[in-house]
Design a protein around this ligand. Sequence first.
Ligand SMILES: [Zn+2]
Ligand SMILES: [Zn+2]
Length: 159
Amino acid sequence: MSAEAPDTLQVCKEEEEMAQLICPRDGENLVSQEVEGHPVQACPRCEGIYLEPGELNEIAEPIPGDLEVSTLELDTFDHPDSSAPGACPRCRPVTMKKVEFVDYSGIILDHCPQCRGFWLDGHELESINREVRRLNKTASEIHDPPWLFLVRLMASLTR
Ligand SMILES: [Zn+2]
Ligand SMILES: [Zn+2]
């Protein structure tokens, strides 16, 4: 019997390949980059970022409610966007679906049905934070507005 472990090299190589994420827009290798204090995978060419499930909530401005749950639960996954559907950086060739951030924001994100991660194009985090600030402002002016109610409802349903 051999004491060799012939599969070790193979496994390492596969892990390496899986770890390298590719930009869905331009095919560039994604690199680790810090956004709002969180390490994320970002494209050095188009400045898009891939977010694991939960990371959008962490890097976006704080809001009472779950931005990801609200976005997905309220959505119909059928939106025209300036960019064509792309393959998920992690699960390619799985194609990401177009999803509208929260509701009626006009911000169209890409969401992977397999890993439940998000792809944000270069300008989209900025747009998201602008929308979050608007929603927070609305919430502070109106007592329990419908939107906040909806977010809380969705968050409680999926718990
Ligand atoms: Zn890119
Ligand atoms: Zn994925």
